[in-house]
Design a protein around this ligand. Structure first.
Ligand SMILES: [Zn+2]
Length: 130
């Protein structure tokens, strides 16, 4: 189980994403793929695919729940999310740490994009097209 929860329960990513792919893996500090700050380990462990699978599952979920990545530690694979069609889903990236340059180009979000308390530790470029 992910070390993010003190009580030993599954974190939301394990409960909703990783559990479905049967990958009970954690970094050397016990954090899951989404909560780990060990970027090299994440990349070697297939984080990009796990991220994309997790997000696609949440987009396909017909409920009104947002695509919730809040609390995740993200690498450059976050940039692979922007071309996805989120429809009317809200993309929630609150309380995230993004350890990569972020390029927002042609991001279309009918719902909302929320970045509360998120830290982007590298260059950010926002290109807006009309
Ligand atoms: Zn976790």
């Amino acid at each position: 189980m992910c070390a993010i929860n003190d009580d030993g329960s599954a974190c939301k990513f394990e409960a909703r994403g990783e559990a479905m792919t049967n990958k009970p893996i954690g970094d050397k500090e016990g954090y899951c793929l989404f909560h780990s700050r060990d970027i090299a380990w994440k990349q070697a462990s297939g984080f990009e695919k796990a991220l994309m699978d997790f997000v696609r599952q949440q987009i396909e979920d017909k409920s009104s729940k947002p695509v919730d990545l809040s609390g995740a530690v993200l690498d450059e694979s976050v940039n692979k999310l922007w071309p996805l069609d989120f429809g009317t889903k809200k993309l929630q990236l609150d309380n995230c740490e993004i350890h990569a340059p972020v390029l927002f180009e042609g991001v279309e979000c009918e719902g909302a994009l929320s970045f509360k308390h998120t830290i982007i530790s590298r260059k950010v470029l926002i290109k807006i097209r009309y």
